[in-house]
Design a protein around this ligand. Structure first.
Ligand SMILES: [Zn+2]
Length: 345
């Protein structure tokens, strides 16, 4: 069944990926009963095993370049690495270059990195994550650290790593999913206005610059996908993933499918089958918002958030030590299962 598409032109209350300042009144929507829909009873098609050790190595490798701040050497090297890795994993690749201006009027050379598996398949699933890392640690208690960039092992690298490991698993598996898979690693997601920054623009539009660009300038003009899944902060120990409000609004059936699949695989401790507790009830301003609103592709967000972001968010603690292979496994195995369960009907 095609994902329910509810295109909403309201500006909704949002919690920026790093900014907890709701700007607008909460939107009332019809998703309060989202946990009560019928259980999915489709049989699970056997999916191959997701290897969390290999996924962890993909996190490690990205972090090893240093913070992936646009215009830096680490950013350039990591971009090359991601393109080469996608190619090695069987994807045809493309880099979408763009320029964007940040809240502090700096100009950045961004790269959205795009890969495509099984390009002949007409039914396509889009997997996305951001690959840049934040140039501030603005949630550190110690203000002298605020201008220090973060490793972004969780916030950035974990989502990319899970997607790379999904591709590697599929490449090595004798049975492939029936659907085609597209990947977008968005740039400049995490360069929004710091919390303590007084003078300038605190609007939500300072975040997600790569996905904002792509959603209005797709790499193929008529590109679409059956649905999309965004991964953001999917690697930390003890992560909790709830139904994110924008995801429910735009793609509720996909939320149900993913969370029910996770329950059936035994990952209910990670995928909490309830609407996300959030301040004001609003959604998370993340790349999926623009892919839904402007790109018109129903996309959900799997993101670690429960009333607030976890303690390591936008601090120096977002490093390799925070990454737990059990969390990577829960997310990766669930997504593999969702992909293998897709049929062409
Ligand atoms: Zn972030």
């Amino acid at each position: 069944m095609l994902a329910k598409r509810i295109i909403c032109f309201f500006i909704l209350v949002s919690l920026a990926c790093s900014c907890n300042n709701p700007e607008n009144p909460p939107k009332q929507d019809n998703t309060e009963n989202s946990t009560t829909s019928p259980q999915n009873t489709k049989p699970l098609i056997k999916a191959p095993e997701f290897n969390a050790d290999s996924a962890f190595a993909f996190v490690e490798r990205q972090v090893s370049f240093g913070p992936r701040i646009p215009n830096s050497e680490a950013h350039r090297k990591c971009a090359d690495y991601l393109v080469q890795t996608l190619q090695r994993l069987g994807a045809s690749t493309q880099i979408q270059e763009f320029q964007a201006t940040s809240f502090d009027k700096k100009t950045w050379n961004g790269k959205n990195i795009i890969g495509s598996i099984n390009p002949q398949a007409t039914k396509r699933i889009l997997l996305a994550a951001h690959w840049d890392s934040r140039r501030f640690s603005d949630k550190e208690k110690d203000t002298t650290l605020h201008k220090k960039p973060i490793d972004g092992a969780d916030d950035g690298a974990s989502g990319v790593a899970v997607i790379l490991e999904i591709l590697r698993t599929i490449q090595n598996a004798p049975e492939k999913p029936q659907v085609g898979i597209d990947v977008i690693f968005f740039d400049l997601e995490d360069d929004g206005t710091p919390e303590n920054y007084k003078e300038e623009d605190h609007s939500n539009a300072t975040w997600c610059l790569g996905s904002q660009y792509w959603s209005k300038n797709k790499h193929q003009p008529n590109y679409s996908a059956y649905f999309g899944i965004l991964l953001d902060m999917v690697g930390a120990k003890g992560a909790k993933f709830y139904h994110e409000p924008f995801s429910l609004q735009y793609a509720e059936s996909i939320v149900q499918e993913v969370w029910q699949t996770a329950q059936r695989l035994g990952f209910a401790n990670y995928f909490i089958n309830q609407r996300m507790p959030s301040q004001g009830g609003g959604g998370i301003m993340d790349d999926h918002f623009y892919v839904n609103r402007d790109g018109k592709i129903p996309m959900i967000d799997i993101i670690n958030y429960e009333n607030s972001f976890p303690a390591h968010h936008h601090t120096q603690a977002d490093n390799l030590q925070i990454i737990d292979k059990n969390t990577l496994k829960a997310v990766g195995q669930t997504l593999l299962q969702v992909l293998y369960n897709q049929t062409l009907q």
